[in-house]
Design a protein around this ligand. Structure first.
Ligand code: SF4
Length: 316
């Protein structure tokens, strides 16, 4: 059977960011240092393949601190946690390691600084996402107002429109967030915000690469998990940038081949929590059905690296 010709536009950067890389390393180093089991509160990063791999090495994933025995180390996920979580771990005299991405911690610090200066905080983010819960949880319950959409901006009730500030989740759509920030500035001209928005370099770069590819392809495949915010945003960004069909796939087995029938050009990227092994699996599956020419589209070069916490660099 002859395979139809296809150009595969491979996005770069794609896949793991420095925060995800560091979080996975933290779990691996904790297992080496303390042996199994090591407990992890929430999926360390939003990817089943990664989580299953760490589980096989002895990590135990739980949703709440109460599910961890007090005599085993616990790690907090890359998304960050409310202040009450490390406080409770300390109260229970547990050994804990915080794998919160330093770029998320930076947002936590911003929120606290604004609150100390007497400003009421607005968070632009997705309700229920662990990062949003963690950032809002840096301040007492009810102190941070959540805004998810431009429409929410018209409804938000602030104490004093002259004394407010905003922070954002790090994994939002750059364009949607710009619209929300414009609406906030139009309604509250005195609002204080970050110099640049809080969306991180990895989210921004992956969205830029998708925007460069989307107009050239019949379909875009995004390797990532359904609960990964930045992966889902890549699917939306592709659609908005003119790609007629974009699909989130966790593994090659999820690809809807019927939707790709007749395609001559496909784009491929991966969310910040998706390992390159899964991208390679998808490439192999495409190769099996098409006569593929790969075109690398690199819109940024990343060389960010974060250190693991000191406790893991010290001998046991
Ligand atoms: S997506 Fe950005 S904020 Fe989230 S872990 Fe990666 S680098 Fe950190």
């Amino acid at each position: 059977m002859t395979r139809p010709p296809l150009t595969l536009f491979l996005a770069a950067p794609r896949g793991f960011c420095a925060g995800v890389d560091r979080a996975i390393k933290i779990v691996e180093m904790a297992l080496e240092k303390w042996g199994a089991p090591v407990y992890v509160r929430h999926e360390i990063v939003h990817n089943r393949y990664v989580v299953d791999g760490l589980r096989a090495k002895g990590a135990v994933f739980v949703e709440e601190l109460d599910d961890c025995p007090p005599d085993r180390p616990v790690i907090f996920s890359a998304h960050g946690v409310p202040k009450s979580v490390p406080a409770e771990a300390a109260r229970r005299e547990m050994v804990y390691v915080d794998a919160t991405c330093p770029l998320v911690s930076k947002v936590h610090i911003e929120a606290q600084r604004h609150a100390e200066n007497g400003l009421q905080m607005i968070m632009i983010g997705h309700k229920g996402h662990p990062e949003t819960i963690g950032t809002m949880g840096q301040l007492p319950d009810g102190d941070v107002l959540l805004v998810e959409t431009v429409d929410d901006v018209a409804r938000v009730a602030v104490r004093d429109p002259e004394r407010i500030a905003y922070v954002t989740q790090t994994t939002l759509s750059v364009d949607d967030t710009a619209d929300i920030v414009s609406a906030l500035r139009a309604r509250f001209p005195a609002i204080v915000g970050p110099h640049k928005e809080d969306i991180c370099y990895a989210t921004t770069n992956r969205q830029e690469a998708v925007k460069a590819i989307a107009p050239k392809v019949d379909a875009m495949l995004v390797v990532g998990a359904p609960n990964s915010s930045n992966s889902r945003r890549l699917v939306e960004v592709a659609a908005r940038a003119g790609c007629g069909y974009s699909q989130l796939v966790q593994r090659a087995g999820d690809i809807d081949w019927r939707a790709l029938e007749g395609a001559r050009a496909i784009g491929l990227t991966a969310g910040a929590s998706a390992p390159e092994t899964l991208v390679n699996e998808v490439i192999e599956a495409i190769n099996a059905r098409f006569d593929v020419t790969v075109d690398h589209v690199e819109t940024a070069v990343e060389n960010v690296e974060f250190k693991v916490p000191r406790i893991l660099r010290q001998p046991a």
